[in-house]
Ligand binder design. Structure first.
Ligand code: EPU
Length: 311
């Protein structure tokens, strides 16, 4: 993500956003890893219209911003973000229960795992793979989240997008151009954002939905560590697994500062309490170098580094 070179015009922002503008906001509590410095300024948005209006206003006055949803796929630098953060709390959900097939419309700031649970409670199948996913729906669309054989590509009908030049648009699967853990939005970060998405569902017996979700959650609990982390650190390289490679390189349990490569799963980096972003970055560099040296494979980050980074 772009590093912001200039300090924010706080007076202008204060005039436009009044007391919605919060200054010097620590970001660690808004991330699943509980790591990172402060945002120079932060605005909370509570629904998709507010998200659209705020983003359009900011673009109009030439202010770049970073959107934070569940903070589960990001590493915020120790020096934080010299710029503006929009904290997405747009969480409206509407099930289209009588449509054929049924579907659910949800705003981008809803927790995706919670949405999957709501669908299951209403006896709709299709999101069982997302049980336990920590991020938001918007983040899941942005990064084509996936687990247990399912992914966003497999369930999305349309997404409502706000484009910087073209305004509100409805994007189909073709427009989103999903690939493994990526999308057109991720490829052109800063140009467009997700306001909401409509996901396809199917009617199913509750015991079958329950069974699938339980199986997925059980696998997750067995193979993934519970501590504060960013989920999978690297994308799986073609035909292999980042976790397997880091494991085979002998790095499981490796610790720098208070950041540790999980002894349970090599692709999870855990904050043991007071880890800094630079501790985690040093572990990332070590894993990339060791795996490249030993196996000739370049591990690509799945998470995004946001804020100010020297390298
Ligand atoms: N493995 C090892 N050592 C390890 C970790 C894994 O040998 O330390 C091996 C496993 O034995 C298995 C293979 O690597 O044969 C794959 O491991 P796992 O089943 O745990 O899945 P993964 O590929 O590491 C992916 C997603 C997860 C998702 C799980 C479950 C990616 C990068 N990760 O993990 O998604 O939850 O499948 O479906 O695609 C995320 O993206 O943040 C995420 C958590």
């Amino acid at each position: 993500m772009d590093v912001m070179a200039h300090l924010l015009p706080i007076k202008e922002l204060r005039a436009a956003f009044k007391d919605r503008l919060l200054e010097a906001v620590p970001l660690a509590p808004y991330t699943s890893a509980r790591i990172g410095g402060s945002a120079e300024a932060l605005i909370v948005v509570h629904n998709a219209d507010e998200l659209a209006d705020t983003a359009l206003h900011l673009w109009e006055i030439g202010i770049e911003f970073v959107i934070l949803g569940g903070g589960s796929n990001v590493l915020v630098s120790d020096s934080g973000i010299q710029g503006l953060v929009l904290l997405n709390k747009a969480r409206k959900v509407r099930f289209n229960e009588t449509s054929e097939p049924p579907s659910v419309y949800a705003e981008s700031g809803i927790n995706f795992g919670a949405l999957a649970r709501q669908a299951a409670q209403k006896e709709f199948s299709g999101l069982e793979w997302a049980a336990g996913i920590p991020g938001t729906l918007g983040g899941a669309v942005f990064g084509n989240a996936g687990a247990h054989g399912g992914d966003m590509y497999g369930c999305l009908k349309v997404a409502e997008i706000l484009h910087r030049e073209k305004g509100k648009q409805t994007w189909s699967l073709d427009d989103l151009d999903f690939t493994y853990r990526s999308s057109a939005l991720k490829n052109k970060a800063g140009q467009a954002l997700v306001l909401s998405a409509t996901l396809l569902l199917a009617r199913e017996k509750p015991e079958i939905i329950e069974e699938k979700m339980k199986k997925n959650l059980k696998h997750r609990r067995k193979t993934q560590p519970p501590g504060a982390s960013m989920g999978s650190m690297f994308k799986n390289p073609l035909g292999d697994y980042a976790g397997r490679l880091i494991d085979a390189a002998g790095l499981k349990g490796k610790q720098i500062g208070a950041a540790q490569i999980s002894p349970l799963h090599g692709n999870f980096f855990i904050n043991q309490g007071e880890a800094s972003a630079s501790d985690v970055k040093a572990l990332i560099d070590l894993a990339q170098k060791t795996v490249a040296d030993q196996f000739g494979v370049n591990l690509e980050l799945e998470i995004e580094l946001i804020g100010e980074w020297n390298s």
